[in-house]
Unconditional design. Sequence first.
Length: 95
Amino acid sequence: MGWLFMSRGGMSPFATPKAYLDNQCTYPPDLDKGRETGLRVLKSTVRSGAYYAACQSYDAEGPKETFAIICLVKWNPGARSGENFGYKDSAPLRR
């Protein structure tokens, strides 16, 4: 997977990479859209150029799986190109 870069406007209304990615990893079940499960962030942090989140899927019956999401993060508020924020997700690791 490649990097996705965006301007502050693309991140709007979120001011930080953590806030933006927390939002991207949070959504409710929506049966009208055919989505039976939702996702929530239990805890997250951005450290040393990476976003780490403990996430949990859930449905009407309660919690399902708990797993980690890790993304590499580039944050340059003064970028001349205007692309201040970039992230790259990692491939799933299953055992």
